[in-house]
Design a binder for this molecule. Sequence first.
Ligand SMILES: [Zn+2]
Ligand SMILES: [Zn+2]
Length: 134
Amino acid sequence: MGAFRRCLRCDVDAVSRCGRCDAALCRRHQPRAGGRCRACERDYHDDALARNRMKAVLGLPPAAVTTAAVLAIMLPFAAGFGAAVAIAASAAIAGSGIAGLLFRAVDRAARAQFLREHGRPLPTARVVRLLPRG
Ligand SMILES: [Zn+2]
Ligand SMILES: [Zn+2]
């Protein structure tokens, strides 16, 4: 959870609730359509690092494979240096296009999952005193 705290009006003059953490929110703090309260949105943004790692894992190998495949398929047809450069460029474009597609897919999936989440996260674990033995 971040620094955002609901204001007094959130409690006394709530117009909506966060669809994720169920916090009552005033008009000023009500989430925009397709969004969640600021605390939840902050959680989502805090996860960006993990998402970026996932993008690298998911997106870069196919991008490299695509680039290599386009090169391998097209290069035999390259007649001269100019054609080779053009083919290398289109291979790079194809590769980054694939990566971009996958990156957007990861973002969409993460956002959809975030919006599906509902209810407060589990309460933080507490140490409870164990019953004395014997
Ligand atoms: Zn408020
Ligand atoms: Zn929330």
